[in-house]
Design a protein around this ligand. Structure first.
Ligand SMILES: *Cc1c(COP(=O)(O)O)cnc(C)c1O
Length: 402
């Protein structure tokens, strides 16, 4: 039997296709297996090892007990859609109609998948920054589109304006932005986002913006999160994607959502209803509780994460890495070059044995032919308990002989 199909494009888009044409396991699976077999501290994959707000967890337990266990409405429960609309108004001054402009999805991932599959035709071009979250490459290729990337280069991980402008053409169907950005931790400055909006308008492209780390920023004065949809000219062509997973440490619940103008929501819902139809009935009211928590709770979540960053970053610095301070998110990028390494991939394969810590080479988020500027960089997750990060820092210290 022939074993071909669009899945091969997805594997290629996620940079998993080896020279033999067989997809390799993802670097996350590979590194997690290595962490398990060596008893290492796993700072590879970005999921928290602590529960989020008790109010949110209790609300899910209560909903299950109350019998909220059957298919919810296709676009999500009315109250969660209302809570999402209230959240957009409260935090960003965005007016969103909960009945026509909100869609609840199976995580941000399904929101992105349904959006790309609904709006992008084979032969279209979709632009993302690079490094990029692996699902972007896979989904763009699954939709049959061509993936055009604009590099974010060290040390500041900002795009070059002329490169950004040159990436757009009349073949550009969509530009997919991610801010705060995974893996670099950069909050994209408003000037960059304004150029994206200007170019999307000029080329009549849709803006898809992945803002799953919207509440996890570390300096709201210096690098505040600015939703793309708040910028002049953006709202009518923007699909804003977010998720409860990262904010409330509930990555396993897979409750995400998108907000967009009504015609785009109709198009995306048409695809979404044949992907999952619906998901997570008892988690939907719980996420509504979370979105309505006081501002101080959100500030506390971000401050807690910033303190975790500081523990890990201090350990990395002491061990001799060059450390790129993130503006937000779950990850810090560390440069192995000062330790005398050129290629972070062999370094990451060695690190579990030499220090008992697992990180992921940034080259996993970059196409093989674009890897040059990223080769010595490693991404470490700091969304872990303080004791785990202190342990990791102590283990890393052995690298410098300290
Ligand atoms: C974690 C993550 C997602 C996936 O979110 P889910 O809600 O778990 O689907 C999407 N985008 C980025 C940038 C992420 O880091």
């Amino acid at each position: 039997m022939r074993h071909t199909g669009p899945w091969l494009r997805a594997a290629e888009g996620a940079m998993l296709l080896g020279p033999d044409g067989v997809p390799a396991p993802t670097v996350f699976a590979e590194m997690s297996a290595l962490a398990a077999s060596t008893g290492s501290v796993n700072l590879g994959q970005g999921f928290p090892d602590e529960d989020g707000p008790a109010e949110v967890l209790d609300a899910a337990v209560q909903a299950i007990r109350d019998g909220v266990n059957q298919y919810p409405p296709g676009r999500g429960t009315a109250d969660l859609r209302l809570a999402i609309a209230e959240h957009q108004r409260h935090w960003y001054g965005l007016e969103v109609d909960p009945d026509q402009e909100v869609l609840v999805t199976a995580g941000a991932t399904e929101a992105l998948a349904a959006t790309l599959l609904a709006l992008v035709e084979p032969g279209d071009e979709v632009i993302t920054f690079e490094p990029f979250y692996d699902a972007y490459g896979a989904l763009i290729r699954l939709a049959g589109a061509t993936h055009v990337t604009v590099p974010l280069t060290a040390p500041d991980f900002l795009p070059d304006e002329s490169t950004l402008r040159a990436a757009f053409s009349d073949r550009t169907r969509a530009v997919l932005v991610n801010t705060p950005h995974n893996p670099t931790g950069r909050v994209l400055p408003t000037e960059v986002l304004r150029i994206v909006v200007e170019l999307a308008e000029r080329h009549d492209a849709v803006i898809i913006t992945d803002e799953v780390y919207e509440h996890l920023t570390f300096d709201t004065a210096l690098a505040p999160h600015v939703p793309v949809a708040t910028l002049p000219g953006a709202r009518e062509r923007t699909v804003t994607v977010s998720s409860a997973g990262k904010t409330f440490s509930t990555t396993g619940w897979k409750i995400g959502w998108l907000t967009a103008p009504p015609a785009l929501v109709i198009a995306i819902t048409t695809v979404k209803q044949y992907l999952t139809f619906v998901n997570g009935a008892p988690f939907q009211p719980a996420v509504a509780v979370g979105l309505r928590l006081p501002d101080t709770v959100f500030a506390g979540i971000a401050a807690d994460l910033a303190a975790k960053h500081d523990v890990l970053a201090a350990g990395l610095t002491a061990a001799g890495f060059g450390v790129h301070r993130p503006d937000g998110g779950y990850f810090v990028i560390a440069d192995t070059a000062p330790l005398g390494y050129e290629d972070a991939r062999p370094f990451c394969l060695e690190l579990p044995h030499t220090a008992g810590v697992v990180g992921v080479p940034v080259s996993a988020f970059v196409r093989p032919d674009h890897a040059a500027g990223y080769r010595s960089l490693v991404r470490f997750a700091f969304c872990k308990r303080r004791s785990v990060l202190e342990d990791a820092a102590a283990r890393l210290a052995t690298l410098s002989g300290a």
